[in-house]
Design a protein around this ligand. Structure first.
Ligand code: ZN
Length: 310
């Protein structure tokens, strides 16, 4: 929620659209296609607001998370400038503070709030959620798709966590072993290579793979089927399955991984004067436009501004 509640200061969402495409179904759509739906501070708060809206609407039983453009999400917007100013416009959702502090403190606070905090919050929404994923879904992109209960992928979808290239031990919402299995998760993280939609389905990471031009229709069809069921029972099914997963140690494992992720940022800060390994700048070239911009931003930050983030 924006801090100032004066109507003139309540801007419409910039990067998110919200609609009700069928009875009892809310659809939230990432709408920053020219940046491959890279997640800056505003996009994440707008997305959280949209999830809040759907959660609070008693008429909504199922929530779809979709994305406009050729790619679902290229991850966190590493070229974002004035992140602190952007954050200051929003009421924080978690309980951490110190977003302008020096050293590791600010980065951990931001990631507690915006990264692991939001993804965990969305994972625990009371209502069933379905992600519709097309094109590339990279690192922070996984942190939008994985918190959803179901994932429908188009046949052109590709998934990757490239944080190792930045000297980081995996994206902040660390559920890779649960999503992929232990050995596949290690290979996924060690190599930072894409897995395609069919491989993701084989591993149990996605529910269905459909042709690209049928993604929206197939997702809506599934949402409509679920929306015919009793709302309270749907909530309790979700609670029950999530409880089984959490009893296996999901939360404690994720928290340990998050602490190690922060250690990586601190190590990089000590070694390179920035939060990610600048070697990434060279490796990222040719990956995508967004990654090129991130690489350029990082190159500009070496020895100077220390605000680049992974
Ligand atoms: Zn990070």
């Amino acid at each position: 929620m924006r801090k100032c509640e004066h109507p003139e200061h309540q801007a419409e969402p910039r990067w998110i659209t919200y609609d009700i495409p069928a009875p009892h179904v809310a659809r939230i759509t990432l709408n920053r296609p020219e940046r491959r739906n890279a997640q800056d501070t505003h996009l994440l708060y707008e997305l959280n607001d949209a999830f809040n809206r759907a959660s609070a609407d008693n008429d909504v039983k199922v929530i779809i998370l979709a994305a406009n453009g050729p790619h679902f999400s290229s991850g966190h917007d590493m070229g974002e400038e004035n992140r602190l100013d952007a954050m200051d416009q929003w009421q924080t959702v978690g309980t951490w503070c110190g977003f302008g502090c020096a050293g590791a403190e600010a980065q951990m606070a931001r990631e507690k709030e915006l990264y692991i905090g939001f993804s965990e919050r969305w994972r625990n929404l009371s209502k069933p959620t379905i992600a519709a994923v097309q094109g590339k879904c990279i690192s922070g992109g996984l942190m939008l798709a994985w918190p959803c209960d179901l994932i429908i992928a188009s046949d052109d979808a590709q998934f990757m966590d490239n944080t190792i290239n930045m000297g980081i031990s995996g994206a902040e919402f660390f559920v890779h072993p649960l999503e992929l299995g232990v050995r596949q998760a290690k290979e996924f993280l060690f190599t930072a290579e894409f897995i395609d939609a069919h491989e993701a389905w084989r591993l149990g990471m996605v529910n269905k793979v459909v042709p690209r031009d049928q993604l929206a229709e197939a997702t809506l069809k599934l949402a409509k089927t679920i929306a015919q069921k009793p709302a309270f029972a749907l909530k309790l099914v979700k609670e029950a399955v999530n409880a089984v997963q959490d009893a296996s140690g999901r939360v404690s494992g994720m928290n340990t991984a998050f602490a190690l992720h922060q250690l990586c940022h601190t190590h990089n800060l000590q070694q390179y004067g920035m939060l990610v390994d600048p070697g990434f700048a060279a490796q990222a070239k040719g990956v995508s436009d967004t990654m090129k911009r991130a690489a350029n931003a990082l190159e500009g930050n070496v020895g100077g501004d220390k605000s680049a983030a992974g």
